[in-house]
Ligand binder design. Sequence first.
Ligand code: SPQ
Length: 438
Amino acid sequence: MSSAHNVTYKVSPGGQLRGAIRVPGDKSISHRSIMLGALAEGTTEISGFLEGEDSLCTLQAFRDMGVRIDRPGPQRVVVRGVGMSGLRAPAKALDLGNSGTSMRLMAGLLSGQSFDVEMTGDASLSRRPMRRVTEPLAKMGARIETTAQGTPPLKIIGGSHLKGIGYDMPVASAQVKSALLLAGLYAEGMTCVTEPAPTRDHTERMLQGFGYQVERRGSTVCLRGGGRLRATAIDVPADISSAAFFLVGASIATGSELELSHVGINPTRTGVINILRLMGADIRLRNERTVGGEPVADLVVRSAPLRGIEIPEDQVPLAIDEFPVLFIAAACAEGTTVLRGAEELRVKESDRIQSMADGLHVLGVDAQPTADGMIIRGGPIGDGRVDSKGDHRIAMAFAMAALRAGGEIEITDCANVKTSFPGFVELVNGCGLDLRTN
Ligand code: SPQ
């Protein structure tokens, strides 16, 4: 489903961001709502669902496995659950487009089925490492084939007898943790995953929302296989990873004031707020509440002078998807910002350290990529043509840079913004950016 034709953004320099907006639904939660809704007994009604290409790939994959999924209105999805053993073999390979979350989580979930299944993706997903999930799943008894390089397509042989394991994750990854927990639903005994640092815990929270017992002891999360999921209603909060572009944009553009409503502020996702505040940003939380087991708030951001910082390493997994736009904040800050411990950025939809360094260099910013991060000296932002490398977060980050640029910024290969943020162009133009597409 990934976007075949190319899109170029042309963004005029300057401007401010003002108004009150709601960004689309959380991508991580949207994926999980389809997966657990499909395996549940009963009907799961989802509101606030992200109608982005990634979560729609997950939705289509479960339709292909015989689950009835209706879309009765904007951002609304109704999943008629088939129970833990009700999925059917798809007629063809499941195409997961650009979506790493779909492929890695489904590798776990599909390891427990009785049928064979193949999963494919676009050029970017076909380069991403899968051994991080296939190796521990094999320890549980799953049979999964990858290419010789450990990349997609993945071929899963059905009918395996899975056994629970205790697994110490070498990388802090919510996708690995979630893949093992989803396989663990089908495994004999307990599956326990220990994380080296906290990662987003939407899978654990949502499993509990579906009535499944999940235990957390310190950095270890465990569940026992063989249980059932009970359908529930899910209200997906606005995605903090999408809100992040506006948090940075409004912070760097003098005179900005923006309210972002109903944003998920799960503490495993709020690194971007913590880091921006350390840099001097003016971000306030209003009306904090809990919606369906997830904390939510309205965020108010006003422009403020930013200063360079050493980003605390414990914040890295909590802000992992926000570094492209945080690099823009660093480029606008007074002084030097140093990021370390973020080598994971090199294996996302693009190598996000290199993609950002290349674009920042085009714009005349002093950015030094390192093996596991970046050193950025704040200063003026110039103009020019940057390549987003087909990575949605790189494209949106450079769009925000235009707010402080000396001239027009042209950004190529932006079609994949639709994977996570449908309506980005209209929303950002409505707040005060001048962004045209070809
Ligand atoms: O789905 P995909 O392509 O992996 O998406 C990204 C993103 O930027 O949108 C990463 F490139 O988000 C991941 C995130 O980085 C979504 C995710 C999840 O929903 O569990 C977890 C993170 O990945 P990881 O590898 O740290 O587990």
